[in-house]
Design a protein. Sequence first.
Length: 149
Amino acid sequence: MTKYQKKTNYQEKYPDVSREIIEVLEKSDRQMEYLQYDIKVERCRIDSVSGTVTYIPSREDSYERLLEENRQFAVADEDVDDAVIKAVMIEKMLTCLNHLSPEEQKLITTFFFDDKSEHQMSRETGIAQRTIHDRKIKILAKLKRLMNE
């Protein structure tokens, strides 16, 4: 990284400008030098009395250096918009589930909340697996229709 070198002689460049404006311009140059160089460079300070060397790290950190140090970064959480939409959809789904008959609710609960398969349900109830599958398809179509209303 090269140090900001350009020093403009504002008195020579703008002879008709007041001293206050020139001071502001020079101060602005110093701020540019600070932003472009000083905060990005590591420095050493030597104490002439004790003879100790103090390392002063850069005040600007890089992503690469933080990764090298295995620093943890905050995980991007779910957006507020997505969380609201999800909450509204869940509320709507629960309302739609309440419009189903008790038998339909039990079937949906068994499949999606108790994690049972059609084969397991068939063995437990003695109803053919194909019949259970057809009922599930009809109930899901009904739920879809209710959700779209």
